[in-house]
Design a protein around this ligand. Sequence first.
Ligand code: UD1
Length: 335
Amino acid sequence: MAVLLTGGAGFIGSHTAVEIINKGYDVVIADNLYNADASVIDRIEAITGKRPAFYQIDVADKDRVRAMFESEDIDAVIHFAGYKAVGESVEKPLDYYRNNIDTALTVLEVMKEYNCRKFIFSSSATVYGTSDKVPFVETAEELGCTNPYGWTKFMIEQILKDTAKAHPALSVVLLRYFNPIGAHESGMIGEKPNGIPNNLMPYITQTAAGIRAQLSVFGNDYPTHDGTGVRDYIHVVDLAKGHVAAYEYSLKNEGCEVFNLGTGIGYSVLDIVKAFEKANGVPVPYVIAERRAGDIATCYASTDKAAEKLGWKAEKSIEDMCRDAWNWEQGEWSK
Ligand code: UD1
């Protein structure tokens, strides 16, 4: 019996593959390598000593998904596959809606054919929209999203809630990630942004490495302790372990549950810059720039539900996140 990770060669998927294998479960990865590298499979094997089965397929291709289910004994699916760049989603909404929703529906339909009943979904804190009621609690009123990428997460959550209601034997877990950063401490897997990074930590590591001249801090007039935006940064290895906990939860529970995966702690952009400089002894030159459209002042998780029901809590510190992100940036594997 294996756990299928769609998008399992990507940033969060590859770290999750490592943690699931380390817990003794078999892993199958399906990835079209649109935003990932085939060598990630070798690296997962190098870290864990076990090679996951790998299918280079687009999971919107139903025949190929069926063929994979035919060849493998798949017990559960963790669905990471999807486009994830917020700005790009504003420019190409149809591509985002088509790809993200199609992949989710196709995998669900094939699961139904094969009576596979556990589905864990890679959702995002973006579904809390522009709410200013922090910490974000899973029961918060749904206010909508600020961009098409976010809406695809929101819509897939709705599809899953409806599907779980119609099929009570299903176990669906919706995981709302806060801001995953860092990398595996081996330095062999990490985040490899396409082109100029949009997210804060990859921009910081590339600035520290001299690839970018300086970081632009988007706004210093937010109602936060230093005026810069506050987020809940979580080490990707902690996040990956949250998926193991969610998988084990799905073995024992039916229905649909939603969990935040965050630390519950908010750090500002300047807190992160300072923590990075301190942890690694390298300067991060920055300038204050205009606010970025669509950003909110403060976002951090309520972690009570995940602690209580999943028995999971993030353990790594902001220093660990900064150190591992820099270790990855400097190593040969990120090139
Ligand atoms: C963004 C997305 C979110 C997505 C997440 C992970 C938006 C509104 N949200 O979260 O949907 O799930 O990425 O991919 O885009 N910052 C700078 N300078 C930079 C980059 C970022 O100051 O060059 C600031 C931002 O203004 C923000 C913080 O750093 O305050 C974090 O930004 P980022 O890493 O892009 O994540 P989010 O915007 O929180």
